[in-house]
Design a protein around this ligand. Structure first.
Ligand SMILES: C[S@@+](CC[C@H](N)C(=O)[O-])C[C@H]1O[C@@H](n2cnc3c(N)ncnc32)[C@H](O)[C@@H]1O
Length: 639
């Protein structure tokens, strides 16, 4: 990096991009990437692992899902592939966090917790089968024809690494000799206006170093904000985000981790596929693909149906196995909400925003084609790919419908479980759709958050609390932004005191925020889970699971709408220190928490105009219907 100056970011990246290595010995999706300390280019290396196989449909990214519009490019490939193509979810796992038999456990756990029967939906799932699988993958790696080549390649890697470390050490030494305190360039300093990305990168590294040891390293009486505001500008320039989004994302993480997140967004996530257990088993599928020369491994211990594809001589979205419906091209993160939903055989399940059907078809597989999946999507065009996937995968228990999710349960209700994989900004899938970096404004986030809040209430209202086996709602997004996640869940808890959050059953992922900047959320939001590309090598993702306790919406017991009567253990956060303390919930403390959050919550009456414009946008994009602007209330009244 330091030894290879470049005038542009591409050059800078090329110097640090992971070496192409087609051998299959890369950690599974589950292995959290090694953390880079500060240097962004390092993060690329640690995260890159190896260049993933290119799905033939990879270029089909679209982010029109946000408003349900469909772009021209959403063509055949997407019809065949799933939301992986349409830039959807993301997620992860922390190494070893899950047991070997997670799928089985997951269903059992969900039922143990909440009283339904568990089921190993993959069939036997026994040790013998696992051993056979291991054999398959072991023999797959033996095909490395050339030990010599491998040795040479290892030597080259080692030499390159040593060279890079030396170059970095030189840079560090220079910095330390020059001055431990980093002097921010003044307004008139030409360095401040440099567009040389190497200069910008060096400044990013310096500022991060200062911020990580602020007391020792700051210059004179410069404030933290001085450094942060320069850093945000530099990050925008280096990574190409608009300022609004950069700030929104930056504050989600500690400083160094934010850089890792931005770096991870520059690297493609691994290509993953989900075995369609309605038609085959993972080991059979793996063997068939290996016979075609596909280099793959299980996605990680947390899933018994996922495979990670490293490289393939044939387009992975057009193999005979693909066409026969033996697998779905699907981001690993997409598995998570369905695993959290844990549908049980014979249940009625609603997938409220389902196109192109990655999750609906997984639900159908877990139901073993029993019961019923209502696969709904507001975008009629997108339901074509949904139908195609349902046919290809041999799903026989699905009903496809095309309603605005907000019309439920008016359309039909009383479901055992509902999945709301909500339309979102796609900030978790920037590596698939870089346009998100620049095309999301404050208004977009407001509109999305409102839509998500309305949809989540409909999802809750569509579930039957009296379901013998279910009564669950899962809310998920492929966004890491708090407005679309914790904010929405907090709103649902306030508006629907007849639900509570329960464990997602996913033993990995970061806890949802109970506090974020000026916002304080309900303590139970720590049960929700966040997934990050830099940490879990999956798309950024969020999963929350609710249990519906009653079909009646209780009258509010407190102003904020949350039942505060019960004394329960929770973890308050002291105002001054921001540190957590174990304690008993007191009505006053909990009330204060939710009241604060209330101030930033969505209010349907106040926001009528925004809702209307969002609906208008949806109508126009889908049906070409243009709504006339609504006359102002005041002019109506004056008539
Ligand atoms: C994240 S994508 C869903 C991906 C899907 N769950 C899967 O796994 O393949 C969000 C979907 O929400 C749909 N959508 C947008 N607004 C909606 C609304 N008001 N009601 C229902 N669906 C909506 C979009 O058309 C888009 O297909």
């Amino acid at each position: 990096m330091a030894g290879k100056p470049s005038n542009n970011k591409k050059g800078a990246k090329a110097a640090s991009s992971p070496q192409k290595n087609n051998k299959r010995k890369v950690a599974a999706v589950e292995a959290p990437s090694k953390k880079a300390k500060v240097a962004p280019s390092k993060a690329v290396k640690s995260n890159g692992k190896k260049a993933p196989a290119k799905a033939d449909s990879e270029s089909e990214d679209d982010e029109s899902w946000a408003y349900g519009a469909v772009s021209e490019s959403e063509s055949e490939a997407e019809e065949m592939d799933d939301e992986f193509v349409s830039a959807e979810e993301g997620s992860d796992l922390e190494t070893g966090a899950l047991g070997d038999d997670f799928l089985g456990d997951e269903f059992a756990a969900s039922d143990d917790d909440e009283g339904g029967p568990g089921a190993d939906l993959l069939g036997s799932g026994d040790d013998e089968e696992e051993e056979e699988e291991e054999d398959i993958f072991a023999s797959n790696s033996e095909d490395s024809d050339d030990d010599d080549m491998e040795t040479k390649s290892r030597k080259l890697d080692a030499a390159k690494k040593a060279e890079e470390e030396e170059a970095e050490a030189e840079l560090q030494t220079n910095i330390m000799l020059e001055n431990d305190k980093y002097v921010l360039p003044g307004d008139d300093h030409e360095a401040l206006h440099s567009t040389d990305l190497q200069v910008v990168l060096a400044r990013i590294q310096e500022i991060v170093r200062v911020l990580n040891n602020f007391r020792e390293m700051r210059e004179g009486n410069r404030s933290r904000n001085d450094y942060i505001s320069q850093l945000l500008k530099d990050l925008c320039m280096y990574y190409g985000y608009n300022e609004y989004l950069m700030e929104k994302l930056f504050y989600i993480f500690p400083v160094s981790e934010a850089i890792e997140f931005f770096e991870a967004n520059e690297v493609p996530r691994p290509v993953t596929i989900r075995t369609n257990t309605l038609k085959t088993r993972r080991r059979e599928l793996a063997q068939a693909l290996i016979n075609r020369g596909v280099n793959l491994d299980p996605v990680g211990k947390w899933s018994k149906v996922g495979l990670q594809v490293f490289d393939s001589p044939v387009p992975i979205g057009a193999t005979p196995e693909y066409l026969a419906g033996h697998y779905m091209l699907q981001a690993a993160s997409s598995f998570l909400p369905v695993m959290a939903l844990a549908p049980q055989e014979h249940e009625r399940v609603l997938d409220m925003a389902s196109a192109p059907g990655g999750k609906s078809t997984y639900i159908a597989a877990l139901l073993k084609n029993t019961g019923m999946v209502f696969a709904n999507d507001a975008n009629k065009d997108r339901t074509k790919s949904l139908v195609a996937n349902i046919h290809r995968l041999g799903v026989k228990n699905a009903v496809v419908c095309n309603y605005d999710g907000r019309e439920f349960p008016g359309v039909i209700g009383g479901f055992d479980r509902v999945l709301l994989d909500a339309p979102c900004s796609g900030t978790g899938v920037i590596s698939k759709d870089a346009s998100v970096k620049t095309n999301k404004s404050e208004q977009d986030f407001q509109m999305l958050s409102q839509l998500q809040k309305q949809l989540v209430l409909s999802a809750i209202d569509s579930v039957d609390a009296g379901s013998k086996t279910g009564g669950y709602i899962v809310y998920s997004t492929c966004s890491v932004v708090v407005d679309e996640n914790e904010d929405v869940v907090n709103y649902a808890l306030k508006k629907r005191p007849n639900v509570k959050l329960v464990s997602t059953g996913l033993d990995f992922g970061k806890e949802g925020f109970t506090r974020f900047r000026e916002k304080v959320f309900h303590p139970s939001i720590s049960l929700t889970r966040r997934y990050y590309p830099h940490m879990h090598n999956m798309d950024g993702f969020y999963v929350a699971k609710f249990k519906k306790l009653s079909n009646k919406i209780p009258t509010k017991k407190a102003d904020d709408g949350i039942d505060l009567d019960e004394e329960e253990e929770f973890t308050p956060i002291t105002e001054d220190s921001g540190k957590r303390q174990r304690g008993k919930k007191t009505s006053a403390a909990a009330k204060a928490a939710v009241t604060e959050a209330d101030e930033i919550s969505f209010n349907a009456d106040e926001d009528e105009e925004l809702i209307r414009s969002s609906q208008a946008k949806l109508l126009q994009s889908q049906k070409g219907i243009k709504l006339r602007p609504k006359k102002a209330e005041s002019s109506k009244e004056s008539k």
